[in-house]
Design a protein around this ligand. Structure first.
Ligand code: XIL
Length: 374
């Protein structure tokens, strides 16, 4: 386990070395074979980015070099969440985010503010204090601290993360601590509070499971649109939405007739859309790596062919670059056969494999982002 001090010192070392550090042989291999996804996206007026962790960038020079080459935007995967910033009340840990900000500034990248309010990303002390005191100042102080510190660096903010729950929510809103303490209006209150401290940022709601043709996703799309319509009608400062796009090979084919009208309605509300957390969960791990990679690439191609036809979609962000760091695990119920290909992990749903070699998903991203759909 890297201590905080060792972690900071190691990243500092990396930063003080040549800014784009020596690429590892694997990364060089990838670099020669592939173009930059952000450059591809720029040709069609969009951006490409990835979720990253500064501790991983610090210890893997090849990863850092490739991230800087491929991305125009970085999302802190965990370190901007409240439970990382202030795990213990009053003790702040900004370094990992500050280090990402440094990487962004030095290389001309933007930062995505992920995320201000998410129950799963809230420290236990804050959840307890909110229930006990019912005091919005707890939230306002957190927003003020983070928004002020990263003003000018974070262009967009996921102000509220994952507010929708059509299965056990109340009127389709998740019964999280914020809802229980402040009622359904916690969402507009969060957006107003964010606007007070980030007058120029794009303020967003970010949520998942909008992609597939099944009753749960259909309800979620409807509930999300209703929420967005209500917020816009009430003049709440909401500028955009994040669709996470954790694609899933077990959920059936992606359909234009399902996804396109949903995105179009969001666009018609005057909101911009970012694909914020793209990756692909495999369900059948029994095939060869190359077969698995082509299934993943085909799913991403099908998705991008639909979403990139929508002008409201401003950028695509993958939830990590390399399978080595994927948050997706092989789950009970997934189909595996370890006899032929051994351990199926990691899941292969990101643009690079665990050794930083670009995969077909990278080619698909590059083609689609540059508008070459062949
Ligand atoms: C996940 C990270 O990838 C994990 O490392 C962490 O343990 C939990 O959070 N939706 C989100 C992201 O908005 O913040 C989540 O990230 C993945 C699901």
């Amino acid at each position: 386990m890297l201590t905080r001090r060792a972690f900071s010192a190691s990243l500092l070392g990396t930063l003080l070395a040549p800014m784009v550090p020596q690429a590892s042989p694997a990364a060089t291999e990838a670099s020669q074979a592939t173009g930059s996804l952000h450059q591809a996206a720029r040709t069609t007026g969009r951006f490409f980015g990835s979720a990253v962790r500064s501790d991983q960038l610090a210890s893997e020079g090849g990863l850092l070099a490739e991230v800087v080459r491929q991305c125009g935007m970085l999302t802190p995967e965990i370190h901007l969440k409240w439970n990382s910033i202030e795990h213990k009340q009053g003790q702040y840990w900004f370094e990992p985010v500050d280090e990402l900000v440094q990487i962004c500034r030095l290389n001309g990248l933007a930062l995505h503010g992920h995320t201000l309010l998410w129950e799963q990303g809230t420290p236990a002390w804050a959840l307890r204090a909110l229930r006990r005191k019912k005091d919005w100042a707890l939230i306002e102080n957190h927003f003020a601290r983070v928004l002020t510190r990263y003003k000018g660096d974070a262009l967009r903010w996921d102000v509220v993360n994952e507010p929708i729950d059509t299965q056990s929510g109340r009127k389709n809103l998740r019964r999280n601590t914020f809802h229980q303490v402040f009622g359904a209006s916690y969402i507009e209150r969060a957006l107003h509070t964010a606007r007070a401290y980030a007058p120029d940022a794009v303020l967003m709601l970010n949520d998942y499971s909008f992609e597939y043709d099944n009753p749960v996703d259909a309800d979620r799309r409807k509930a999300f649109l209703q929420l967005l319509e209500r917020l816009k009608a009430d003049g709440v400062p909401l500028d955009g939405v994040g669709v996470q796009a954790h694609l899933d090979l077990g959920k059936g084919p992606l359909k234009r007739t399902v996804i396109a009208p949903f995105l179009r309605e969001i666009g018609q509300l005057g909101l911009e859309i970012v694909v914020t957390e793209l990756d692909v969960k495999e369900r059948d791990y029994r095939a060869s790596p190359s077969v698995r990679d082509s299934r993943v690439a085909n799913e991403v191609a099908a998705y991008l062919d639909i979403v990139l036809d929508e002008p409201a979609v401003k950028g695509v962000v993958t939830w990590g670059m390399s399978d080595r760091h994927s948050w997706l695990k092989v789950e009970p119920g997934d189909r595996t056969n370890t006899r032929k290909y051994g351990n199926p992990a990691p899941n292969r749903g990101l643009p690079y494999d665990a050794r930083m070699r670009a995969k077909p998903m990278h080619n698909v991203l590059e083609q689609r982002l540059s508008g070459r759909n062949v």
